[in-house]
Design a protein around this ligand. Structure first.
Ligand SMILES: Nc1ncnc2c1ncn2[C@@H]1O[C@H](COP(=O)(O)OP(=O)(O)OP(=O)(O)O)[C@@H](O)[C@H]1O
Length: 600
């Protein structure tokens, strides 16, 4: 079971948010400035309305002319406010898009920088949820929340300051009546953070269960585990649903409470303003202006409420996206000379007293000692679970033993940087991948500076005749312009091996599960790839072991026999027994193409 991925704490999320805002500080300042101007223009409308009322009430001079001028001014300021607010939002949205891209790129870079041995053990569904749902939520929030929140805060501040300047008593009255809103927000925030963290975690758990079922679909089908997997999915769904319902309930209370609270400042200002006006302490125009300002405050405060609620979910997602920085990378760092120097002592592979455990609780390899000579063909045989694939992973540098060593030319293979590693050793399994992009892109993964001639030669070597039929040759988009079948995709990945040109190739089930037709084509391609290289084959057929220079026999995590086919047959121990039982089997079992699986 893989350990859950780390989640960043509030301080780390704050630091990341400040970093993201700081990275585009020009845009942030632009939003605040332009929006400040828009808010200032917005204040003029209600003020001019108050002046209209006071002018009509005074009733002296050219009242109509004065009212016309004031009304024209109000129209001008309203237009100015609309244009400035649109401009502020435009700057804000652009900022949001840039920042969202930055957050996604950061997560992607972190995930890609993880060594395969670390990435392999991560909870797959959780990582996918962070890169998709969480990153999208953070991106959407940054895109809309930052500009809208800034706009609302600036607008609200301007309105409050304007009422305080207009009449401090009315301003204070409005603020006292706003306490209900503050109480609602405080109540909500105390509960919302853990609630949304639980929503995000239960979503990731659900993604993990679904991804696990999809990844192991074959095993689920073979072992009849459908009911158990359905039960696990239902349990995860129930968990996710109750977490979401709790968060929704909190949200419902917040909005009902704040709706009532938002009406109070307007009512308070009207009541106190009415009393002040009746006693001749304030003009009617000022009371109307202050009431309209407090009425207008509902708009930005509503926006802030909405975002406070949304930010809880986005905050939990931000914490999960940033938490990826805390995924432990490598165990011990590679020695400095391993970074630039390749193996010094030839291509000799040496496994010395290697112990390995997946979980830390139980060793699955118990002190393996093995030397593979350059150019040798070694077959590794053994019953299922004996540790063959684990040994293959250590030999390929995908993992390192917790004690002992696995070296190539004297250098620990897991310490070799990826570029050097693939020049020395490549593991071929039946899990080949075709990347979105052209055939050329797919091949240059193995050797970035490969020429067209070299790529054609590599595809030729593995018998990829389909290249000639592609509409745009190496520039054909795989998956878009053309579809490659299983054997074609395997040939493409084998051509990558030819280009990487490693001295050692490790084969683990490269063809074991393929249908006979595909397997035959793939084996022909493989033969071309293996020529002139050291080959370590996890042998699932005794014929493969028979053709090898030497055979290593594994049992329960130990290397129990090592020698040539003839030596092991005459020793009459584990391999000898296997060979005799296979050899004395039916004609049918020896027919070419039939698989005698040693490891099952
Ligand atoms: N990812 C893993 N986490 C925990 N234990 C594992 C993992 N992979 C393999 N094991 C365990 O390690 C032991 C060796 O497994 P390994 O796959 O290396 O054997 P194998 O000889 O290759 O078997 P097979 O022929 O069935 O593939 C087994 O007990 C297996 O259950």
């Amino acid at each position: 079971m893989s350990r859950p991925l780390p989640v960043a704490g509030p301080a780390e999320v704050r630091a990341a948010a400040i970093r993201d805002l700081g990275a585009d500080r020009g845009a942030v300042a632009g939003v605040v400035l332009v929006n400040g101007l828009a808010s200032a223009a917005g204040l003029m409308g209600p003020w001019l309305l108050g002046r209209v009322i006071d002018t009509i009430q005074a009733g002296s001079g050219d009242v109509l002319g004065a009212v016309d001028r004031l009304a024209f001014g109000a129209v001008l300021f309203t237009v100015a406010q609309t244009v400035l607010a649109w401009w502020a939002l435009k700057i804000g949205y652009r900022f949001g898009e840039r920042t969202a891209a930055r957050v996604r790129e950061r997560l992607l870079k972190r995930a890609l920088a993880l060594p395969p041995r670390v990435a392999d053990r991560l909870p797959f569904g959780d990582l996918i949820a962070r890169g998709s749902t969480d990153a999208s939520l953070v991106a959407a929030t940054l895109r809309f929340a930052v500009p809208e929140v800034l706009v609302a805060v600036v607008h609200a501040l301007f309105l409050i300051v304007a009422v305080l300047v207009l009449n401090p008593l009315l301003g204070l009255c409005g603020l006292v009546c706003s306490i209900g809103v503050a109480a609602a927000v405080r109540w909500y925030l105390r509960r919302a953070r853990p609630a949304y963290a639980a929503v995000a975690a239960s979503g990731a758990e659900l993604a993990d269960v679904i991804a696990g079922t999809a990844k192991g679909a074959r095993t689920v089908e073979l072992l009849g585990l459908e009911h158990r997997r359905t039960q696990a999915t239902e349990a995860a769904l129930t968990h996710a649903r109750s977490a979401r319902l709790w968060a929704l309930w909190l949200r419902t209370v917040l909005f009902s409470w704040s709706d009532v609270s938002l009406a109070l400042p307007v009512a308070g200002v009207l009541l106190v303003g009415g009393a002040l006006y009746t006693n001749g302490l304030v003009s009617l125009g000022i009371v109307v202006t202050a009431t309209v300002y407090f009425r207008q405050l509902v708009g930005p405060l509503d926006t802030l409420m909405l975002w406070i609620e949304q930010l809880q979910g986005a905050g939990a997602s931000y914490a999960r996206v940033e938490g990826a920085a805390g995924i432990p990378g490598e165990e011990p760092p590679p020695p400095p000379n391993a970074q630039d120097a390749g193996p010094a002592d030839g291509d000799r592979i040496e496994v010395s007293d290697a112990h390995y455990s997946y979980t830390g609780a139980r060793d699955v390899l118990h002190g393996i000692d093995l030397v593979v000579r350059p150019g040798e063909r070694l077959a590794v045989v053994g019953t299922s679970g004996a540790g063959k694939s684990t040994l293959a992973r250590l030999l390929a540098g995908l993992d390192r033993p917790h004690t002992g060593s696995v070296t190539i030319g004297g250098t620990p293979v897991a310490d070799l940087p990826p570029d050097h590693l693939r020049e020395h050793v490549v593991l071929i399994t039946q899990e080949h991948h075709v990347f979105h992009g052209t055939v050329r892109d797919n091949l240059r993964i193995a050797r970035p500076n490969a020429t067209d001639e070299e790529m054609h030669a590599a595809l030729d070597a593995v018998g990829a005749a389909w290249l000639a039929g592609l509409p745009r040759g190496l520039d054909t988009e795989v998956g878009h312009d053309t579809h490659l079948d299983g054997a074609g995709a395997q040939q493409l990945s084998l051509a990558r091996v030819v280009l990487a040109d490693p001295h050692t190739v490790i084969l683990d089930e490269a063809t074991a599960q393929l249908d006979p037709g595909t397997a035959r084509r793939t084996e022909r391609s493989l033969a071309a790839v293996l020529r002139g290289r050291t080959v370590i084959a996890i042998a699932h057929r005794l014929q493969t072991a028979h053709d090898a220079d030497r055979i290593a026999v594994m049992e329960a995590g130990e290397l129990v026999e090592l020698g040539t086919h003839d030596e092991l047959v005459s020793a009459g121990r584990v391999y000898g027994r296997l060979w005799r039982s296979w050899h004395s089997g039916s004609e049918n079992r020896r027919r070419p193409g039939n698989r005698d699986q040693v490891s099952r």
